[in-house]
Design a protein. Sequence first.
Length: 484
Amino acid sequence: MSIADTTPAELERIVAAADAAATMWAAAPAAGRAAALTAVADALDAAAPELVPLAQEETSLTAGRLSGELKRTTFQLRLFAELLTDGGYLDARIDHADAGWPMGARPDLRRVLEPLGPVLVFAASNFPFAFSVMGGDSCSALAAGCPVVLKAHPGHPRLSAAVGRVAAAALRAAGAPDGLLQLVYGTQVGRDALLDPRIKAGAFTGSLAGGRALFDLAASRPEPIPFYGELGSVNPVFVTEAAAAARGADIVAEFVASYTLGAGQFCTKPGILLVPAASSMPGELSAAARPEAAPLLNGHIQSGYTASLSALLEHDAVDALGAVEGTFDVPPAPALTVTTASALLADPDGLVTECFGPSALVATYHSEQELLAVARVLDGQLTASIQGEGTEDVAPELVRLLAKKAGRVLWNEWPTGVSVTYAQQHGGPYPATTAPTTTSVGTAGITRFLRPVAYQGLPAHLLPAALRDDNPLGVPQRINGKLG
């Protein structure tokens, strides 16, 4: 069963409904929004016997992988529901009037975060549950008090429709307004929706080219809007000489498991591994056993992977490393390529490029100073990892450099596997994302869809409840600079 593109008339009705729902949902008590998110989580868990097989049909992912991803999705919904009950996300601040304030008499000022309005979310292909209809962006937008218009990914349209149906029904049953979660289909429809003045923010997970085009579109509007795009990352891993000598074989096995996880279709896949040329690691990597070939998500990703890997192998400074049988088959066998750190430094644009699929580039170095040089030429990354022993002279400077280039810096761990928690940061400088100050995973993601409003001199009855002195909501308040 195919799903037709949304028509202009349908899009108008959908955006109008989202706009109408915005005021009601923003005014809904946090406890009501939390109950609605929990209801969606319960409904999705109950629908797993329908949803997981449908996801298998459309994505070629295994039932085990998809079941785990669905659990991650419903856990995330419940975590945001807990966040809402606390109220700290509102960042309520109260400065009482102070005639003796050192910078001159201070008026009564009160500041709180409020919902932006309807949000347009572009679903991802590689996580049909966790980054799709009820993924992190939809979850955090709804938690913030914003309706969601979801542009379904063409890689799993029937699953998107089913998840949307289950989630929308749960929201209605929980008393949420109509129009709170709606789906649209079609590339042009997504662009048209992004230009609609009633849409107040956009969120995207996908390719650099597609995300940059949408980012530019969002900025070109008469009223530019925030656009939170996750676009691309090679997630480099730096192996020190001491780590290679102490546990090189273990690092090789762990690296292979990480770069081939999910057939290399994770945005956090470690795509570049820097190892000492004088160590045994290049030979161990060449001989390392790799998992059997696994199908990629769809034909579009297969062709993109083949093109990217072919272009890399055509580079004068790149060779295949180890087995090459089946590299370009359907499905493709995992592949490794090899170059040098000096070649990478000479042509970072040509070699530090994402190849979305089961391959990675190994770069050998002769001096640990080359690790620092590579870190300096990197563009923005979601993650950067160090495999070290803790005694290296190079480590402090390497950590400092990588913290400038990546949203998450790892020590002796692997970037695949992004925990949904309070301190998570899944973002980074461009081109990893278009908004390095935010995250698409973890509870801090709610701030994407909130904006601060300050109220000066208002009587108590006109203030938002979170800013009143009697604090009827019981939320944390920072009063005159001190958290009460």
